[in-house]
Write a protein of this length. Structure first.
Ligand SMILES: Nc1ncnc2c1ncn2[C@@H]1O[C@H](COP(=O)(O)OP(=O)(O)O)[C@@H](O)[C@H]1O
Ligand SMILES: [Mg+2]
Lengths: 526, 251
């Protein structure tokens, strides 16, 4: 027995078991997120439930449970929030009389109040009316046609909105100019403003006209328990007949929903629609951070490793750098708020944007400040890995370069730093991995629930560093824990989490591939 | 007789430890001179004084004087870059840069500001031929230098050193990491190079010293014990210590 302990195989077992346990936990977490994340987009059939008391209700079965009497219950997503007030309801199984899947049942995705489950009744276009029961084919034909029409109208509306935002932009600029110009120029500006405002009115009128076109087309539906609802074309995002979809149709729908998720703007306080602005904000922020942190970290590491005089002081600096990596991220957030936003941003505002004061330009949270804060947060990692990379370069190579007459700086620039690239990239990978997942410091340096405009657009100077932005991590927090309708938002939380993980993995993988290619290049350099 | 290098009363301290003790030595131009002696006696240290590669080591203090072609190389006004271009060096462990074969040779020239492609091509070819490597690598100049064998890498380092056209070539045990065949090739090369360069070579291997060098310096514990023509050192040393070392009684 003693020998058994002595030869250590117990410990090998123990370490092995621990390692597998951690792997299992990670794998489990991933599996869970992948399962829920991807199953969100699958359209299941919509049941029509007949209850024992004779009433009907339609919806999608979500999960099963037990109530306090230990009876089996089942949860139904009943939608129609405008009529029922809530999206989900639990039913005791013994109260259910029968369940049917009606082929004609319609699922309508709307831009307010969530989905609608019901049956078609009538399509009204101005004074014309098409009754569903009389001519089902024609009903759908016209509905399809009208939805296509809606697309063109929406395009026109977007175009008009773009023009209007351009006008607003011009007006704002003129307004700023007026504050600081001579009397004559002021008059000129007044006239210009009047002209522009006229244009504005015309555009706005045309916008309303277009919107009215959509309002005049109405779809009348009724629910399985007989309530009626009229939707205007404006409200309808898309419709489908879930119970008569073929498997191929469902697969097509699945992918189109995924596409919508990654490419669309959010709707209904972020619980529906897509997360494109959040993806964009996250990736852009990480990119800006990388661009800042890489030179910063590399330069600092080169100084510490190559030029600074070794001794107690240098060791102290190294210890500080290492400890910096352990400071809670919220502290960096507070620092970013105080230093970047109030300090630098406030000064910038006073120097260059004093016309716009008191409303701040740079003196408030924005994507630049958030990125810089994250760069500070991650710079220790880059420093440490770069130093490791520099130390791993064999001394002989340095001597070789020096012996050829190159200066220390030339040696560093041409030989040492390129050879340390794998180490530097390792640092960047770690920095990116940390920065992508960080949320706390962003919440006080510029992230918002819903950004009015993207940090990159078609207006000069195209890249708007001062703008607030959306972020996937914050999106998860906001949708999952701050929204009033958290049950309905749950699928969104899972798919956003999945997306965030996928983005982190992609960013990491790119850097890892790059690093491995470099490693191959320097392979023989023992 | 023209003396290329004059070392006068050279002492070197690593911190408090005295690694070289008042070494005085004249090295002749266009001849090869070998430093022999047991491990740790200061051969490499002395060699690295000749191109001031010890300067960068923390805590090194040097006393005495070294003149090369009449100029004191420890004069503060000396241009290190020029000095090192004039005094090339090949190291014990081959140390090609993580670059292509071509770039390895061209590195010294590029640092010196030569960008002309045809000039570079010419020098690369000439240096590789000079290092007897051209035929083996002429079809793979743009491949990584790490694809070469150990012996080829060492000859590449020699080619790299002669590419900047030095007059003196320092070699610190250039064959100690090579197999016998590669060693023979490098030795052959050294004999060839002797015609154009002043060669100072550190070696552990007595046969090698006798094969490739015209003069030999025997060092022991940081002191220069005896310096004379190689023939004399090996056949008829005047100091007992040298004789003991040569005949393998210690070291
Ligand atoms: N960088 C250094 N720092 C401190 N001592 C050194 C250093 N390099 C060499 N030494 C010491 O100097 C002495 C001579 O070393 P070296 O010139 O390398 O000997 P050799 O080349 O003859 O084997 C040895 O005692 C060695 O420990
Ligand atoms: Mg040595």
């Amino acid at each position: 027995m003693k020998k058994y302990f002595k030869d250590g195989s117990t410990y090998v077992w123990l370490t092995g078991a621990m390692a597998s346990l951690s792997m299992l936990l990670v794998a489990g977490l991933f599996l869970l997120i992948f399962y829920y994340g991807f199953s969100t987009f699958w359209q299941s059939n919509v049941a029509t439930v007949k209850l024992k008391d004779g009433s009907y209700i339609s919806g999608e079965f979500k999960k099963e449970g037990k109530n306090y009497n230990d009876e089996d219950t089942i949860q139904l997503k009943i939608g129609n929030r405008d009529l029922y007030g809530l999206d989900f309801r639990w039913f005791t199984k013994k109260n259910i009389d029968s369940v049917s899947y009606d082929k004609e049942l319609l699922l309508v995705e709307r831009n307010e109040w969530g989905v609608f489950y019901g049956f078609p009744k009538e399509l009204q276009i101005g004074n014309e009316s098409i009754i569903y029961e009389r001519d089902k084919d024609r009903f759908y034909q016209i509905l399809e046609q009208k939805l296509k029409f809606k697309k063109t109208v929406v395009m026109k509306i977007e175009d008009l909105e773009h023009k209007i935002s351009k006008i607003n932009y011009n007006l704002k600029n003129l307004d700023l100019e007026r504050k600081s110009s001579t009397l004559e120029r002021k008059e000129e500006i007044e006239n210009e403003v009047l002209l522009i405002e006229e244009k504005y009115q015309v555009l706005e009128k045309r916008l309303f006209e277009q919107a009215d076109k959509l309002k005049n087309i109405k779809l009348r539906l009724y629910t399985s328990d007989g309530l009626e609802k009229t939707l205007t074309l404006e409200n309808i995002e898309r419709y489908l007949k879930p119970n008569s979809l073929s498997i191929l149709g469902k697969i097509g729908l699945y992918f189109s929903k995924i596409w919508e998720f990654v490419s669309d703007e959010p709707r209904e306080s972020n619980t529906e629609g897509g997360v494109f602005p959040a993806i964009f904000g996250t990736v852009l922020m990480v990119l800006i951070m990388s661009i800042v942190v890489l030179p910063l970290g590399v330069i600092a590491a080169v100084y510490l490793n190559e030029y600074a005089k070794p001794g107690k002081f240098l060791n102290l600096v190294r210890i500080c750098v290492n400890n910096l990596a352990g400071v809670p991220s919220i502290v960096f957030g507070v620092f970013g708020l105080g230093f970047f936003i109030y300090g630098i941003g406030g000064t910038l505002d006073q120097l260059f944007f004093s016309d716009a004061l008191p409303s701040p330009t740079f003196g408030t949270g924005g994507i630049l400040w958030a990125s810089l804060t994250l760069a500070l947060l991650t710079v220790p990692v880059v420093i440490v890995s770069t130093e490791e990379g520099l130390n791993a370069v064999p001394k002989g190579i340095r001597d070789g370069s020096l012996a050829l007459g190159s200066t220390k700086w030339e040696t560093l620039k041409n030989i040492i730093i390129p050879s340390a690239m794998p180490g530097i990239l390792t640092g960047l990978i770690l920095a990116i991995a940390r920065a992508t997942g960080e949320v706390a410091p962003l919440m006080i340096t510029g992230v918002v629930k819903l950004a009015p405009s993207m940090p990159i657009d078609s207006f000069f100077p195209y890249l708007h560093f001062e703008r607030k932005f959306m972020h996937l991590g914050f999106h998860i927090y906001d949708v999952g824990f701050q929204s009033p309708n958290s049950e309905a938002a749950l699928p969104m939380v899972f798919s956003t989490t999945l997306l965030l993980i996928l983005i982190v993995i992609t960013l990491n993988l790119t850097a890892i591939l790059l690093r491995n290619r470099l490693k191959k290049k320097y392979k023989g350099m023992i | 007789m023209s003396k290329a290098i004059n070392i006068r009363n050279l002492s070197l301290y690593y911190g408090k430890a005295k690694a070289l003790k008042e070494v005085t030595l004249d090295i002749e131009a266009n001849k090869s001179t070998a430093f022999i002696g047991p491990s740790g006696c200061g051969k490499s240290t002395l060699l690295r004084c000749l191109n001031r590669l010890n300067d960068l080591i923390e805590g090194v203090k040097i006393e005495g004087e070294i003149t090369i072609s009449g100029t004191n190389i420890y004069d503060p006004s000396i241009d290190l870059t020029n000095l090192r271009r004039n005094v090339g060096m090949v190291f014990q462990k081959s140390n090609p840069f993580p670059l292509s074969i071509y770039e390895n040779i061209a590195y010294g020239l590029k640092i010196a500001g030569i960008k002309d492609k045809s000039k570079l091509d010419h020098v690369v070819e000439k240096s590789l031929k000079g290092a007897a490597l051209w035929d083996e690598v002429k079809d793979r100049l743009n491949e990584s230098a790490y694809g070469l064998s150990g012996g080829q890498q060492q000859r590449l380092c020699i080619a790299r050193a002669i590419a900047v056209e030095p007059t003196i070539l320092l070699m610190d045990e250039p064959c100690s990491a090579l197999d016998p065949i590669a060693t023979a090739k490098v030795e052959e090369l050294i004999k060839e190079l002797k015609k154009d360069y002043t060669i100072v070579i550190v070696t552990h291997n007595m046969q090698q010293a006798s094969r490739v060098s015209d003069y030999t310096a025997f060092m022991f514990l940081g002191e220069l014990i005896e310096f004379d023509e190689t023939k004399t050192i090996f056949m008829n040393p005047s100091i007992q210590q040298t004789n003991d070392y040569i005949s393998g009684r210690f070291g």
